[in-house]
Each structure stands twice: as C-alpha cells, then as structure tokens.
Design a protein around this ligand. Structure first.
Ligand SMILES: [Zn+2]
Length: 504
C-alpha cells in the first residue's frame, strides 16, 4: 500500500470513530481553490467561496477549510466559473496536431461540440481516437446530414432523394447515434444539404430524436428566405417533439436588419407552443464561409442575382478573401480591392471569379449582420454563445468569441450581467446539448473550470491578427486537471470524448 493509501485508511478509521473532522478526510490529491468569486453557471449572483476538486469532479462548494496535504490555490477574488462549452465549433480541424487546443483554452473553453453544419461523420472512429489520443478539451459531436447524404447520393446530389435513399440515410444516422452522436446537424445552405426536401431532413432528424438526441441546423437561408428557413426548423421541433437549435442565429442581409424584435417574437411564440427551441450566436457582424453560399440557386453567371448579392447581402468592400485557388495574392483583400486590381467592376469581378475552377469554394469572410441585431439576439434568454470558429483562418471568432462577450459586451457595454454571460456559456449550453453533469459549478459535476479576471478579460483577435490570444483568463481545468495557466498551456491533455449520455 502506498503512503497515501495508509493515510487514507488511518483517516477513514479515525473518521468512523468520530476522532477527526471530515475536512481531514480529503484525499491527498485534492485541490482547494479559495477566495473565489463563484459564478455557478445558473445565472445566480456571484458569491465569495471555495471549491474543492477531487479527481475529475467538483467535490464541494462553499466555505471550506484546507485539509492537510491538500493543494491550495488562492483565487484572490477572481471569478471561478464552469468551463465554457462551445456549442458550434470547427476547432476539430487540426486538433490532433495541436492538442493543446490553445484557441479554446485561452478563452476558457473546456468542451467543444463539432460535426457542425451537416459535416459530422464516422463518429465511432473520432471518439476512439480521442480515447487513445486525447486533447486538452472535451469533444462532443453531431452526426451530419450532409455527410450521410453524400454517402448515399454521391455526386448525384442536386435533387431530392428517393424513399429508398432516405431509408439508407436513416440507417447511417442511427449508426452515428449508436456511436454517441448528440443528434443530427444540418447545413442546408451548403451542398449537398441545400438540395434536400424538408421531408428528408425531418425524417432523419426524427431518427436522432427517437434515440434521445437533438437537431441543430445552419438553416436553409440566413438571408433571402430566412423566415421560411426558420419555420422549417420550428416545424421539425414541433412534429418530431425533439429539441432543436438554430446554429449561429443571425439576420444576415441588409433587408433583415432591425428585425430583431420580430425574430425574437417568432422564437418566443414557438416556445410558448411547446417547441423546445434554442439558439447559439457568436459576437461578430462578419460571417465566414465560401463564396458560393451567396447564391442559393448557384446561378453564378446571373448578373441580376450578382447585383442583388452586392446590394442586399454583402457589399463589395465587406467581402474579404480568406483563400482563393490560383490567386494567393487575393488573401486578405476585399472584393472591391480585387476588382480594382483586375480593372473590372465589382459585379463583373465576382462573376469572373466564380467562373474560375474552385471559385465558388473560395473562403471568405463577409459582413452580413448589424451590431444592434447581434446584441439584441444575444440577449434572448435561450441563446447560448458559440464561436463557429477554428484555430486557423482569417476570422477572429476562433480565438475571441467568449472573451469578447465577457469583456466588450458585458463589462464595457453592460449588455447583461456577468452571471448571465457565464450561464449562456455553460449551464444553458450544457442543457442545450444534453450534457447532464457538465456546465454547472456544483458538487458531483465534472471539474471543468475557468478562473478569470472580470476586470480585464477581453479578446485580442482581430481580422489583422485573428490568432491573437484573449487576455484575462488565468487558469483552466478540464476534468480536474489544469490545462492552461498564466497564459500558457500545461501540456496536459485531459479532455475526453463525450458520447451522448443514454437515458437509462
Ligand atoms: Zn454554419
């Protein structure tokens, strides 16, 4: 028996005889965080207190005395919150070669949810790999509608599916659910999802719902056909009686700007009817996607459509190229700048670029939203925070989303209290993803924690420096292990594969 083992045995014996106070019974590996401002993820006011971590769990919360041999960390009044849960993340790209997950942990994120926008596939392999080769954060995933559609329809995807094909897709969704998917995700503005009939999507979502899972969607249109697209996901929630979440909620074209109240009215009416409808949102007015997504009918050579895009959806000086095949010199330039370089009009340039090989797949960031709408939608009580980000790329959201909310939006603009922001990043996010024992700072919950300084926390990532790290995040624990401290990763890969918790 080890020294610790003897000590535990002696303490247990004395304890049962009533000879030592319970505090001394803590195992030697325990950590006590003292003098913290505890923000528990429920939205209740922060309070001074201490938190004990034993193994991978939170063991106690309150006014706690250090036990002999216990590691004590003085929080000096900093805020201690449940680790943030990014419910719409693309940070799985490159994660196995950058297991520190710095984009995530440096802003306090301890769990990412991937398989987004219809993309998640082969989850059994992903989870098995995470089991043997863990990373610094927990990873959960959805099964992707687009992925199963591709497997069944192949290159012949520009059409509705047959009843037979839907049956095949259902089997694939079922297999992913059995592997631990949280539910089904769709990306209905993208190929191949955009060609699906609503009935196909509803039938596949039902497979996820019947298995106790959820449906989340990058809805069919975030601009021209927005209201119909919203209705589609609400209908799935109503008819399948399953939780549904609008991914990266936005009013994505000029004609929709200022309609935040109308949108919240629609969302609230659906909830009042019993639809389990939620959303996530990132704190930026620019989105990141590909050039083709600007044309829902993929009619890239249509000049009237092109004019419509530039006048109503995103302006030429607000579309920035992230990558363009064959034109590395366009990286970081706006469409208007590229048009000047080429000596053609904005409209002509856009159509010419789309006609080039791979043109529609070019990565862009583009302004689609209005600040006031983003702020209003973020305040909807059922909207959690997400990044929609990745660790590389031109968009700062991959490194900045959570800290941007805590700093500029909460502290500077006072959009909502700190406690509400933390709830949106943890307790609400966990509920919206179906995590039963993460997302709250409470006994028996997993010890995913973030210690941060409310007075200084802020994002630093910009379009010029998209990988600049946030400031003000002091220490991050994942499953009881410190993965980030004082500005640096610790090299501990304490994250786990989070398979859907099956209802017994
Ligand atoms: Zn998306």
């Amino acid at each position: 028996m080890s020294g610790h083992g003897w000590r535990r045995l002696i303490v247990a014996t004395l304890l049962s005889a009533g000879l030592v106070p319970a505090a001394l019974a803590q195992p030697a590996g325990a950590t006590l965080i003292t003098n913290a401002l505890i923000v528990d993820g429920r939205g209740t006011p922060g309070r001074r207190g201490d938190v004990r971590i034993v193994g991978d769990r939170i063991a106690a919360v309150g006014q706690l005395a250090p036990a002999a041999g216990e590691r004590v960390i003085d929080a000096h009044g900093l805020a201690l919150a449940p680790g943030f849960i990014d419910t719409h993340s693309h940070h799985d790209r490159g994660l196995f070669t950058a297991r520190d997950a710095i984009a995530m942990v440096s802003q306090g994120v301890t769990t990412i949810v991937v398989g987004q926008d219809g993309g998640g596939s082969n989850l059994a392999a992903l989870f098995t790999r995470l089991d043997s080769q863990p990373v610094a954060v927990n990873v959960a995933s959805y099964a992707g509608h687009g992925a199963v559609r591709s497997r069944v329809l192949g290159q012949d995807f520009k059409r509705h599916s047959t009843a037979d094909e839907i049956e095949k897709m259902k089997q694939l969704v079922k297999a992913e659910m059995d592997a631990g998917a949280l539910g089904l995700s769709s990306g209905l503005e993208y190929d191949p999802g955009i060609y699906s009939a609503p009935e196909e999507v509803r039938a596949l979502a039902k497979v996820a719902g019947d298995a106790g899972g959820r449906y989340i969607s990058h809805i069919r249109s975030e601009d021209r056909y927005f209201w119909a697209a919203l209705d589609e996901i609400i209908t799935i929630g109503r008819e399948n009686r399953m939780p549904v979440q609008v991914s990266h909620l936005k009013l994505g074209m000029r004609d929709l700007w200022g309609k935040g109240d109308t949108l919240i009215g629609v969302l609230n009416r659906a909830r009042a009817e019993g639809v389990q409808l939620t959303a996530d949102i990132y704190p930026y007015t620019y989105w990141q996607s590909n050039l083709g997504v600007l044309y829902p009918k993929r009619n890239f050579a249509d000049s009237a459509e092109t004019r419509f895009v530039l006048e109503h959806v995103s302006a030429a000086n607000e579309i920035i190229f992230n990558s363009f095949r064959g034109h590395p010199e366009y990286t970081g330039k706006t469409l208007a700048q590229v048009a000047t370089l080429r000596g053609t009009s904005n409209e002509r340039t856009l159509m010419d670029l789309l006609a080039e090989p791979g043109g529609s797949g070019s990565g862009i960031v583009a302004k689609g939203m209005d600040d006031a709408d983003v702020e209003k939608l973020m305040q909807w009580p059922f909207a959690g925070i997400c990044s929609d980000g990745q660790s590389t790329g031109l968009h700062p959201r991959g490194f900045g989303s959570f800290s941007k909310v805590l700093g500029p939006y909460v502290r500077d603009r006072k959009l909502f209290p700190l406690e509400e922001a933390v709830r949106k990043m943890s307790g609400l996010a966990a509920a919206n993803m179906g995590f039963a024992n993460r997302g709250l700072l409470a006994p028996s919950y997993f010890a995913d924690l973030v210690l941060f300084e409310p007075a200084t926390v802020a994002d630093r990532a910009t379009f010029d420096a998209p990988q600049a790290r946030a400031v003000g995040i002091r220490t991050v624990w994942v499953n009881g292990t410190v993965v980030f401290d004082s500005g640096a990763p610790t090299g501990r890969y304490a994250g786990r594969a989070l398979r859907r918790e099956k209802k017994g």
